[in-house]
Design a protein around this ligand. Structure first.
Ligand code: EPU
Length: 439
């Protein structure tokens, strides 16, 4: 059986949508919960397949999990850990689980974590993670596809990252919380999710300073200093940006609730330049609307606070029908233009040259059968289908379920015509698309 989205485009999205907890934050908070011999309660946990995988990884290490989907909370009791191994079976399903490496080395002084390998969007190496842990004194071997780390003790160190890698910054932060002395991460990632992790750790009794800047200093504390906490995850800025795009793409008008607008400043400015209207209603709500055809713009994806790579595909969907020519340069990943062939099949005029995409705006897109190749490319195809004439079917939507909670329900709340169907994987899609039960 396969799950697909059936979408009828052309309806302006209107109404309100509430944003859930940040996927890329909550996964790391769950790993950080492994540091404390006690219970951690995390709120604003989105219902995502990536969250389920992370909980399995943590349970595999011996922590007890109580996941309350109604309350959107999870309690992780890491009083006793029974294993230091995160298996390939789970890590290969979700790279973010590699962040348990830092937490395990910190807490248990050893870890066996499967190497995550590349993924659809790029090579995604972990060399900075490993060099960072080695700088703290861990001895690391890679054997049989596993990173095997051991440390008699970890000693604070100065670590310079060649690229402000989000995952490496997080792994080093986690590893240095219980190290002896101070660790300084230079050229650290500055994403809001890094700040959330630092706030979480500090609430737990750690001593982390400078998160949100390029230099983070972690003063090691004794294990008995850490204690049980309750903590609420920040809103998901990428989910918010996706709904902003969908509203603008369909020439609609909607309110995004439970968002921190400051986390989207760069993206919002680009949308304003294109001609969208964005109004701050209160510190956690924005009104977004668009009446006219957008203007093309150019942008380069960059680490935070630059243009987020995770919203690049969404912006490309907007540029596909904007007035003029736009150029996107993807500077973080080698292979993050996987939405291009499907957008072109919808009638877009996009030419890709290595990490540049040249988008000549066309008047309209038309619906067809589309395939989600990864999470964000998949979401951009849904946005494109919502703005296109006619009907589309999006296949392989399990990629989208990794990062968007109740995606189709939230779009339907905004008036979008979308339905999830579970059906035979061999179904004739041309027939299926004309079954209008979702309208
Ligand atoms: N890199 C290396 N060596 C390393 C680490 C990173 O070469 O040791 C390279 C990567 O190959 C990549 C670049 O540095 O080209 C940036 O990677 P980074 O480590 O910053 O990314 P990440 O931690 O693997 C997180 C998010 C991604 C998001 C990026 C950039 C999570 C779970 N994932 O990945 O989110 O694109 O930061 O902001 O936090 C998504 O949500 O769809 C997603 C892919």
């Amino acid at each position: 059986m396969a799950e697909r989205f059936y979408i009828k485009g052309g309806t302006p999205l209107k109404g309100e949508v509430s944003i859930g907890g940040a996927k890329n934050s909550v996964l790391k908070l769950m790993a950080a919960a492994l540091l404390v011999k006690g219970s951690t309660k995390i709120y604003n946990v989105p219902e995502l397949t990536d969250v389920d995988i992370m909980l399995k990884v943590i349970a595999q290490l011996g922590a007890k999990i109580d996941y309350n989907k109604e309350e959107k909370s999870v309690v992780i009791d890491a009083t006793e850990l029974t294993s230091v191994t995160a298996t390939y079976e789970l890590v290969s399903k979700m790279r973010a689980s590699f962040v348990v490496l830092g937490a395990l080395v910190s807490r248990c002084k050893e870890a066996n974590v499967a190497m995550p390998g590349g993924c659809a969007i790029g090579e995604r190496r972990v060399d900075f993670h490993i060099k960072g842990l080695e700088a703290l004194g861990a001895k690391i071997k890679i054997e049989n596809g596993y990173v095997i780390a051991k440390a008699n003790k970890l000693i604070g160190s100065d670590i310079y990252l060649d690229i402000p890698s989000v995952g490496a910054t997080e792994n080093i932060m986690l590893a240095s919380v219980l190290a002896e002395g101070s660790t300084r991460i230079q050229n650290a990632a500055q994403e809001p999710e890094i700040v959330d992790l630092a706030n979480f750790l500090n609430t737990m009794g750690a001593d982390v300073n400078g998160a949100g800047t390029s230099e983070i200093i972690i003063n090691g504390v004794k294990p008995e200093h850490l204690h049980s906490i309750e903590y609420t995850t920040i809103p998901d800025r990428i989910e918010a940006g996706t709904y902003m795009t969908a509203i603008i793409a369909t020439k609609g008008k909607g309110i995004i609730r439970n968002v921190y607008p400051a986390h989207l400043t760069f993206f919002t400015n680009k949308l304003l330049k294109m001609g969208a209207n964005i109004k701050l209603l209160d510190p956690t709500s924005m009104e977004v609307s668009c009446k006219n055809r957008l203007n093309s713009i150019n942008f380069i994806t960059q680490p935070y606070p630059g243009f987020p790579t995770d919203l690049q595909s969404m912006a490309m969907a907007l540029l596909s029908t904007a007035n003029g020519v736009g150029i996107i340069t993807e500077s973080l990943y080698e292979n993050r233009f996987m939405q291009v062939p499907d957008l072109n099949r919808m009638g877009a005029d996009i030419h890709q040259d290595r990490n540049h995409a040249i988008i000549k705006g066309v008047k309209k897109l038309s619906g067809t059968t589309l395939t989600a190749s990864d999470l964000r490319a998949g979401a951009s195809l849904v946005v494109a289908a919502l703005m296109a004439d006619g009907e589309s079917v999006v296949e392989k939507i399990h990629h989208i379920d990794r990062g968007y909670e109740n995606f189709e329900s939230k779009i339907r709340l905004l008036g979008g015509k979308i339905e999830r169907r579970v059906e035979d994987s061999q179904i004739n899609l041309t027939e299926g698309v004309h079954n209008e039960s979702y309208l």
